[in-house]
Design a protein around this ligand. Structure first.
Ligand code: BTN
Length: 268
């Protein structure tokens, strides 16, 4: 007799933990999620706000957060070392990719967008691009116990749905700008939470390799010449890939490979 063992789908685990707080307006959903973390809120707390008055991006940049866009932060408490925290921003980026790709495919079928306007790529480390312009970003913040294990991690995710800023240092866009009309932040959020729960379960079960492979499959500038702003220098080379921790590997003209763990990259 053959016994088929039914494994609980990994997606169940985090999806069952989601505890959603919905706010009309807040300074920053990530600050609110961090405040919840300090009061002992559990793994899976989610803070969603219609508007943010003090939305933050990387490098302390302002993140424009008008109503109609998605602003959400997830509080996670993985049993993992702090060093693995960055892996989860790649997991989140692949979940955003799946969410937006499906929405754009639907819009393509409906005739709302043209096939040249549906190219979602991922730019190292945490940017989501639509046709080469920034449509979303991820802000990762974490706290660690004395033994090096993560206490909490907050993934703040912003997606430009109805609006995009026209005064930022990089070109930006939104779903609305390419013709996707009438998709609400609520729909984008529910699809994103679903994809993230599935991908998080795979990360817990199989480690970083699946997310890393998916991320690379959609990576902007892979195999191309890029430059990167490090603290005291700007270096350039060919974007070769990601290492096992998510660091960017840059092949230099002198034959060496440089491992970059933080900073911004630019296509040439
Ligand atoms: C970036 O690309 O610089 C990251 C942007 C992250 C923005 C999101 S919106 C929800 C959450 N709350 C914040 O204040 N920031 C993140």
């Amino acid at each position: 007799m053959t016994v088929h063992r039914m494994m609980t789908p990994p997606s169940r685990t985090l999806a069952r933990c989601y505890d959603l707080t919905v706010l009309g307006e807040v300074g920053s959903t990530s600050d609110e999620a961090k405040r919840l973390a300090a009061t002992g809120a559990p793994h899976g707390a989610v803070v969603w706000a219609k508007r943010q008055t003090g939305g933050r991006g990387r490098y302390g940049r302002q993140w424009d957060s008008p109503e109609g866009n998605l602003h959400v932060s997830l509080l996670l408490r993985p049993e993992a070392n702090a060093a693995t925290a960055t892996q989860l921003s790649f997991v989140a980026a692949t979940a955003v990719h799946k969410t937006l790709s499906a929405i754009l495919s639907d819009a393509l079928v409906q005739g709302e967008v043209s096939s040249k306007d549906v190219n979602i790529t991922l730019k190292w480390p945490n940017d989501i691009l639509l046709n080469g312009k920034k449509i979303g970003g991820i802000l990762l913040e974490s706290a660690t116990h004395a033994d090096g294990k993560l206490d909490w991690l907050v993934l703040g995710i912003g997606v430009n749905i109805a609006h995009f800023p026209d005064d930022c240092p990089f070109p930006a866009t939104s779903l609305d700008a390419v013709g996707v009309k009438g998709i609400s932040a609520k729909i984008v959020l529910s699809r994103l939470l679903h994809h993230f729960a599935v991908d998080y379960g795979i990360w817990e079960h199989d480690g970083f390799a699946p997310a890393r492979a998916q991320w690379l499959h959609h990576a902007a500038y892979l195999g191309k010449e890029i430059s990167s702003n490090l603290e005291n220098e700007e270096i350039s080379g060919v974007f070769e890939g990601l290492d096992a921790d998510g660091a960017l590997l840059l092949a230099r003209k002198d034959g060496t490979t440089r491992r970059i763990t933080s900073g911004e990259v630019f296509g040439k």
